[in-house]
Design a protein. Structure first.
Length: 170
């Protein structure tokens, strides 16, 4: 079974929400902003400039895996935005759908920092970007992940993801 469930992943400022929402709209499936499921305690910690521990993330990742599982069992597609920085985090997400597709967005740290500095109303401070970059474990070849540079236009990334998906089904 090949699911129509995608996780758009990467560090803060890489465009997960923008690409994820566009991908979901293009595929005609639901989009779930993973940050929206963080418990208030996690949001408060990050807003105060503290990086989350694996323990802080555990419940959040389990909740996201649960939403992925719901979509899979219902036979529905889903696009989820989630940093998914470590392989172990992605393994938790795969509990919901073993054939989960990852769209890994990466970019020059200066570009990411500039994007974060331009955002308004987001709790994630620029000071945590370095922590995220040092925590990041780039998906390897066995993780069903496509890699895209965020210097590309979101529309181009979405077009590439959809074209690759169609080619794998055809």
């Amino acid at each position: 079974m090949d699911s129509n469930i995608f996780v758009v992943m990467g560090v803060s400022g890489c465009g997960k929400s923008t690409v994820g929402a566009q991908l979901a709209a293009t595929l005609g499936v639901s989009f779930l902003e993973g940050d929206g499921l963080h418990p208030a305690r996690n949001v408060a910690r990050m807003a105060a400039g503290f990086a989350l521990s694996d323990e802080d993330r555990e419940g959040w990742l389990q909740a996201l895996a649960g939403r992925i599982l719901q979509a899979r069992l219902a036979g529905q597609g889903l696009v989820l935005s989630c940093s998914a920085l470590k392989r172990s985090y992605r393994d938790i997400l795969r509990q919901g759908a073993p054939d989960l597709h990852f769209v890994y967005l990466h970019g020059d740290p200066e570009l990411l920092a500039a994007r974060m500095a331009e955002r308004t109303g987001h709790y994630m401070p620029l000071s945590l970007l370095a922590s995220q970059l040092s925590t990041l474990e780039v998906p390897d070849g066995g993780e069903n992940a496509q890699r895209f540079d965020v210097a590309s236009r979101p529309e181009d990334i979405v077009t590439s993801v959809v074209a690759s998906r169609q080619a794998s089904l055809g």
